[in-house]
Design a binder for this molecule. Sequence first.
Ligand code: G6P
Length: 369
Amino acid sequence: EQTEKDGFEHFMLKEIYEQPNAFRNTLLNRIDEDGKQIVLKDFPLRPEQINRFEKIFIVACGTAYHAGLIGKNVIEELARIPVEVDVASEFRYRRPIISEKTLVIVVSQSGETADTLAALRESQRLGAKVLAITNVQGSSIAREADYVLATFAGPEIAVASTKAYTSQVIVFYLLGLYLAQVKETLAETERECLIANLRQLPEQAEKALQHADDIRVYAESIKNHASLFFIGRGIDYAVALEGSLKLKEISYLHSEAYAAGELKHGTLALIEEGTPVIALVTQKELEEKMVSNITEVKARGGNVLAITLEGNVELHRNVDEVCFVPATLPVFTPILTVIPLQLISYYTSLALGNDVDKPRNLAKSVTVE
Ligand code: G6P
């Protein structure tokens, strides 16, 4: 087992560091040579078929559901198709409104999650086409779906998903850009600029990994707190949810993710002197509002770590600590900001002496409903 870990102490850490390559492999052969077009051979729909989709559902569990939340933002922003995201275990029981004009996207690392598989079957029964995003090519979900877009993250052993999640997000970028290309919702120059930035993500992820030592120190500082909060707006809120889940899964600390603007409607009552709050601040147009939410937290004694883009130095004035990730376009920030959050959960779990790769009560793949 030690050799499989390539010298890393845990599979989770190894998998966090494998992300740049997982992105490269997932992007490979899906962008044309001159960087102008997305090529999705595994999604061979004619433009008139794509134009028929009036609505998209994304259905998944756990971390894959969080990738779906990013997917919603990406597809709606780039291709202007309405998207709903559902937890698979709820989806079937709420009589979803589905027809032949619906595309259902199921997301599953293992391709074996029972709830997600059941959602796939129910969607097909109701007449929808199902596209699966999965990391295991021969899995049940891959076999039963109408189309499969694979993530090439390689085997993921740690129960807490890292490289599979970010590779799913990469597929959503490809898919969002592809749908935009077919539906002509973006100017060509805009699409080319997005593609150029997408191609930089593997290198930028490598840079984001370089802050591991600082994060280790931060993890020591939070490990004895009863509760933590993750806040963000827009796409940052979706990342906050994933950061909070990761921390709960392996550190067993209680945390909650909040849409920052919603704090004052209840959660602010829980902020006390020293409560750690991790704020994601990457969306320029939402920054002023974020800063005012951070000020509310600080006024109640909260200790704020901001995760933001390189260059945003003014933020230092409003928070206790800052962690920078490389600057990219607004839609691509999740893939970089989630990396420090993964490292925070890893090092906190490690500091608490937990079994990082095999957290209590959880399984890598849940094949019962
Ligand atoms: C389990 C795992 C989670 C995972 C979820 C969905 O609960 O512990 O890490 O996100 O299943 O798994 P899937 O294989 O469908 O992505």
